[in-house]
Design a protein around this ligand. Structure first.
Ligand code: PBG
Length: 320
């Protein structure tokens, strides 16, 4: 007699009992684009439902996030002034620093994470200081340290360096420890690929490189072993959470990290993944809600306990 696996799929009751993976609102981090200025609430054309907000217009969005019980937001700043090194990133009165103070004051229960990078703040759109047409790793690290300390002083709950410079986590950990922020955790963008799935984000954050690409710092999508190596360095340097980005085309990497590291694993369900589902849904070609939930579930099943996603609000609504 053969095995009859269909016995445990016979009715909703038994399917519920044997379900291995469950999504929860507790898993979600919602990214937010905060733009310097007033009266701004502009929808990003390739990301329907996602807006850039100035601080005076963001409260409705934050009210909703809190009401839906989403635990955390990930902040991206869009400054009005850029320069060639991204000086605004460590301005204690910069847009991100103001946003952190605003949210912690008005929404004290919301956990605030900041993306730590330079691409939205540099005129050339690269993630640090450029020398000889390439990113100067160690010069950039010094500015990353200034940036995280400035975020920390503004009251951020966790920092997430996303620039893929070598030695970032060690530099950030030391900078925070030396300024008294020993309890501030780091979520490392450990395994971040040079991906075409970031397309819509670069419009959203005005952060597309004006020359070249990010292939000398972000990873080659063909590489899997290197993902473990990258995560290993971040793990040793003291990252509290390891992240894989993008998510959907990199479920194997999420699973590798889950199986190799004793740290919470996060993944970033990026802008292009969001845009594809929204576009196909708009055309009537897929059931957008079901595809959204199935893809979020796949990320959790692969091993991510934290999912950064533009779908957070919609998914939270369906889960409640
Ligand atoms: C870099 C950063 C990027 C994203 C998050 N942080 C863009 C990039 O590396 O080019 C992409 C997020 C997304 O596509 O949703 N600051």
């Amino acid at each position: 007699m053969y095995n009859r696996t269909r016995r445990l799929r016979k009715s909703p009751g038994i399917r519920r009992l044997v379900q291995e993976t469950k999504l929860s609102v507790d898993d979600f981090v919602y990214p937010l684009f905060i733009e310097e200025g007033i009266g701004i609430s502009s929808e990003i054309p390739s990301m329907p439902g996602i807006n850039r907000y100035s601080l005076d217009r963001v409260s409705k969005e934050l009210d909703e996030v809190v009401k839906l019980n989403i635990p955390a937001v990930l902040l991206f700043g869009i400054p009005s002034n850029k320069d060639d090194v991204g000086t605004e990133t460590w301005n204690d009165n910069g847009i991100i620093q103001k946003a952190i103070r605003f949210i912690k004051k008005n929404y004290p229960t919301l956990y605030v994470i900041t993306d730590v990078c330079f691409c939205e703040y540099t005129t050339h759109g690269h993630c640090g200081i450029i020398h000889d047409n390439d990113l100067d790793n160690d010069a950039t690290l010094i500015n990353i340290a200034k940036q995280v300390v400035s975020h920390a002083k503004a009251g951020v709950d966790m920092v997430a360096p996303s620039g893929m410079m070598d030695g970032t986590i060690q530099m950030v950990r030391e900078a925070l420890d030396n300024t008294g922020f020993i309890n501030l955790p780091i979520m490392a963008y450990s395994v971040k690929y040079a991906s075409a799935f970031y397309g819509p984000f670069r419009d959203a954050a005005d952060s597309a490189p004006t020359f070249g690409d990010r292939k000398t710092y972000q990873m080659n999508p063909a590489n899997r072993d290197e993902g473990i190596r990258e995560a290993n360095f971040d793990d040793q340097e003291g990252a509290d959470i390891l992240m894989v980005k993008p998510a959907l085309s990199y479920l194997d990497i999420i699973s590798d990290l889950k199986n190799n590291f004793d740290r919470p694993i996060a993944c970033y369900n990026v802008s292009g993944e969001y845009a594809m589902i929204k576009a196909a849904e708009e055309k009537g070609w897929i059931d957008g809600e079901k595809v959204m939930m199935e893809s979020l579930l796949s990320m959790k099943r692969a091993g991510a306990s934290i999912i950064i996603t533009y779908f957070a609000k919609e998914a939270a609504r369906l889960l409640s």
